[in-house]
Design a protein. Structure first.
Length: 377
């Protein structure tokens, strides 16, 4: 493993080869459609520059970031890639996008006008995509603006690189909204028959080839997360996290654990105090306070529960039933082969996306299985 070391020990390990294998598997499923890669939020917390290089080496050419600043950072690692900015065009920054070769995914009439004016002043059509809102009510042109967009494009002679939309409910396989959004999307495409189209996130990609169009945009499934609820997740795990035990102690039945004395021991117990808290992305909702499922971590492949409230820097686990010697300094698996991001997400009543993107605490991030030619600096 590469990466900086701390005195404390522990850390987060990203398996780059697993990300590449996941992307290639998705690329196979997407058939003739191009397979993009969504690297927003620092590649869901796994490191956009490093992951971008590994995917580029594997053949990926189309990348999606959220903000123009993420795009500028990614451009340094990927001088040749196509980079789309999903947040759209930030007012009065068209020049910055063009300077870094970033394509805004234009989402409103004012953004479109500003981009077309910019191109006119430059005397050069700078590439951009268009986002139509098929029911999400997030960024995107409203359906009834499609005709107006078409007129603007005809008048200016501008040809967008791509037309896209985004699913609201593709993670729920039977949700009627997905088919409805696809129908509305087709209506838009009828107005722009020559422009490549993109609709599917990970869940849409896995749900049906009807949603693949010219390019798919997987994010979470590349990083090993579950895209479709209630189905087995076929993707390889990508991230592992281990943290050290600080102290071990024996406590008696009836004593309480942690802030708020929220958990009362039901038996004489052996407790281990881990150097892991909500400041490290181990959510307070993973507290074990009885009556609700709390978080679990693993020691020697066996899962054990969190007891009491997760605090900022420490949490307590019950190691009474763990066989063999457990000592201060030993590492506990928070994420890895025994515990996946969706296990943690389910226990924390959130989604794997949030687990991944909030692991930005005190633990250093290192990489294993780094393809040749990928620079970690
Ligand atoms: C985040 C995002 C994606 C990727 O979604 P996943 O569910 O992570 O696959 C694709 N398209 C858009 C517009 C997004 O915002």
């Amino acid at each position: 493993m590469t990466g900086s070391r701390t005195i404390l020990g522990g850390g987060i390990t990203i398996d780059l080869d697993a990300i590449v294998r996941n992307w290639k598997a998705l690329d196979t499923v997407s058939g003739k459609a191009l397979t993009g890669a969504v690297l927003k939020a620092d590649a869901y917390g796994t490191g956009a520059k490093v992951v971008g290089q590994a995917l580029y080496k594997a053949g990926a050419r189309f990348f999606f970031v959220a903000t123009p600043d993420e795009g500028v950072a990614l451009r340094k690692a990927l001088p040749q890639a196509f980079i789309f900015v999903l947040d759209g065009l930030v007012p009065r920054t068209a020049r910055d996008y063009a300077a870094h070769g970033l394509m805004p995914v234009l989402a409103s009439m004012s953004q479109l006008t500003e981009w077309l004016d910019f191109c006119l002043n430059q005397g050069k059509a700078e590439p951009a995509a268009l986002h139509f809102d098929t029911g999400f009510n997030r960024v995107g042109f409203r359906m009834n603006e499609a005709e107006m967009v078409k007129r603007e494009l005809e008048q200016s002679g501008f040809e967008p690189q791509m037309i896209m939309s985004h699913f609201a409910c593709a993670d729920q396989p039977t949700h009627e909204m997905t088919r409805k959004q696809n129908g509305l999307f087709q209506g838009v495409l009828n107005l722009f028959p020559d422009v490549p189209a993109s609709l599917a996130n990970s869940a849409g990609l896995m749900a049906s080839k009807d949603y693949h169009y010219h390019m798919v945009r997987p994010g979470i499934s590349m990083y090993g997360g579950r895209a479709i609820n209630g189905r087995p997740n076929p993707m390889a795990g990508v991230i592992s996290m281990h943290v050290p035990i600080l102290q071990i102690k024996d406590a008696r039945i009836g004593e309480t654990v942690g802030y708020g004395a929220a958990y009362r021991l039901r038996r004489d117990s052996r407790l281990a105090i881990m150097a892991l808290g909500y400041a490290d992305g181990f959510f307070r909702s993973l507290s074990g306070i009885g009556g609700q499922i709390g978080g679990r971590v693993a020691i020697n492949g066996r899962t054990v529960p969190v007891l009491g409230r997760v605090s900022m820097d420490m949490s307590v686990i019950d190691i009474t039933d763990v066989e063999g010697l457990v000592q201060p300094g030993d590492l506990v698996e928070v994420l890895g082969p025994t515990i996946g991001i969706d296990d943690v997400a389910d226990a924390a009543r959130t989604i794997g996306y949030e687990i991944l993107t909030t692991l930005n605490g005190r633990f250093p991030r290192g990489y294993v299985n780094v393809p040749d030619g990928v620079s970690l600096d």
